[in-house]
Design a protein around this ligand. Structure first.
Ligand SMILES: C[S@@+](CC[C@H](N)C(=O)[O-])C[C@H]1O[C@@H](n2cnc3c(N)ncnc32)[C@H](O)[C@@H]1O
Length: 497
């Protein structure tokens, strides 16, 4: 088993390279095996819980274990999902499943590393604790989660860019430009903010204007602090924006992109910003590069002369086949896993069970909401409003007062879906018959959630192994608290030349 260590970037995480490729392939193979064995759980749709009698799919000894728990404690399930253990009295096969989920999923606690004996200890000194806070003039527009993500990622991107002697950082999927501004204004890099959506580019340009005002309205000394050419950087800081969609059919060179910059923003310290030539050294970064964008960025990095890639993915559910190529698996040695990546698999990868115990009342409310939604589906089929072969009707988000009782929830949902209401007495009867199974639904929802970190780990390892196969050295680093930011694993890849 590969354990976290101090990576070449000084942060604790996993290091992958040609010498450790086989160890990581073995880990990916073990994850694939687990996910193939429990595919029935991955591909189960909780809305279908009653219609498909999902409980019956659980091994008999697991059913008896949960059915005989006299207290049916939901907090215990929440705790289990977030990394806890199950009662020692449980059947061995259940414990094996829980242990496999916990041990095969990548560890995502920042700043821990392993002793030669395999114990997890707080790394000292660990660079994770050295991340400087963001300058207050860069903060407007960011919520506390974004502040934590941007602070840690900007620190790491800057470190990698300096080590790579990069003239330019391309922030892809820059959105409103939070990371771009931190890199330009706080870390003094030349930054090209790229987004496929012109609305996002305009938003980022507006934010930049207000940041520039704040920066230049402060004392001369502060301005110097923020905009001085940084030691060790060949070029002065600037931030430019371009609208461009990066995908497998559009992988422009960086000088082509710079030539297309829409608004030439003045360099941060008012001197002339250098142009980028095909020989310029540059790195690619992205925070929450959603769905296929992560895959396109990996390909872009591999196919261009970029020196390094620093990327955090998200929204795995948006990954889809594009122009004849599948986004998973990317690595040839995982090719046999292609049929694992169903929509359920990709959607489950986005869950964040590590957060459940931190938000315990919300998690318990979610059990109730899932129970109401699954029972509504059963009622609709039983009443002939939909058939089992119809797609699930999309109820959408409901206000919390819709969940005060089942008949209220059904009335609102049915009216939203354009159906006549069913009598209160009938709905109450459905509820009374099925309420004893609410705990069973919570059990299945929890066991399924245990697989979510395994799926995300497999997707991440697939991306890392793809890069290793292309000759890169790769680190996989948990960057900030996973409870604050569940998509906290950053891939850092560097080319050997
Ligand atoms: C989840 S947002 C992240 C924004 C920003 N990095 C942040 O963390 O706040 C993803 C961004 O990627 C952009 N995007 C998605 N696919 C893209 C593509 N193929 N090429 C360029 N930008 C893309 C979207 O427009 C969106 O602004």
């Amino acid at each position: 088993m590969s354990l976290p260590t101090t990576t070449e970037h000084g942060l604790c995480g996993y290091q992958l390279g040609s010498s450790t490729r086989e160890i990581w392939r073995a880990r990916a193979a073990a994850l694939s095996e687990l996910l193939a064995e429990f595919r029935w759980l991955v591909d189960m749709h909780i809305v279908d819980f009653f219609v498909q009698n999902a409980w019956a799919a659980l091994p008999g000894e697991w059913q008896s274990e949960f059915d005989t728990q006299w207290d049916k404690a939901l907090p215990e399930l929440v705790d289990l999902a977030s990394g806890g253990q199950w009662r020692s009295s449980g059947p061995a096969s259940l414990h094996q499943f829980i242990n496999a989920c916990h041990t095969l999923a990548l560890d995502r606690s920042p700043g821990l590393h392993s002793t030669p004996q395999g114990n997890r200890v707080k790394a000292a000194p660990c660079l994770n604790s050295q991340v400087p806070p963001l300058d207050s003039r860069i903060l407007p527009g960011m919520n506390p989660k974004k502040v934590e993500e941007v602070a840690s990622l900007a620190f790491l991107v800057s470190k990698v860019a300096r080590k790579s002697k990069a003239h330019l950082i391309a922030d892809v999927g820059a959105g409103q430009g939070y990371l771009s501004r931190a890199l330009a204004y706080q870390y003094h890099h030349a930054v090209l903010a790229i987004d496929g959506d012109s609305g996002q580019t305009r938003g980022a340009q507006q934010w930049q204007k207000s940041t520039a005002k704040r920066v230049h309205s402060v004392t001369a000394q502060d301005t110097l602090l923020l905009a001085a050419a940084a030691p060790g950087l060949a070029h002065e800081a600037y931030l430019r924006h371009v609208t461009c969609r990066i995908d497998s059919t559009n992988l422009p060179t960086v000088d082509q992109l710079v030539a297309n910059v829409q608004t030439r923003t003045a360099p941060l310290n008012n001197s002339c910003a250098p142009e980028v030539s095909p020989q310029s050294r540059w790195v690619v970064c992205g925070l929450h590069a959603c769905g296929n964008l992560s895959v396109a960025m990996l390909q872009w990095f591999v196919e261009t002369n970029a020196q390094a890639l620093i990327i955090v993915g998200c929204c795995y559910n948006l990954m889809k086949e594009e122009h004849g190529s599948e986004p998973f698996p990317l690595c040839h040695s995982l090719a046999t896993n292609q049929d694992l990546a169903t929509p359920h698999f990709l959607k489950l990868a986005c869950q964040a069970p590590m957060r459940w115990s931190d938000q315990i009342s919300q998690s318990i409310r979610n059990f109730d909401r899932n129970f109401y939604r699954a029972l509504l589906h059963y009622v609709m089929i039983d009443q002939g409003l939909v058939t089992t072969s119809d797609p699930f009707p999309v109820v959408g988000r409901m206000r919390s007062n819709a969940f005060q009782d089942f008949p209220t929830y059904c009335r609102r949902a049915l009216s939203r879906l354009g159906h006549e209401c069913i009598s209160e007495t009938t709905l109450t009867q459905y509820y009374d018959t099925h309420a004893p199974s609410a705990y069973r639904l919570a059990v299945v929802w929890t066991l399924r959630a245990l697989l979510a970190p395994c799926i995300e780990s497999l997707i991440l390892l697939d991306r890392c192994l793809y890069l290793v196969d292309k000759g890169c050295a790769v680190s996989l680093i948990p960057l900030c608290d996973a409870v604050v930011s569940p998509r906290n694993m950053v891939i850092v890849a560097t080319k050997s030349t």
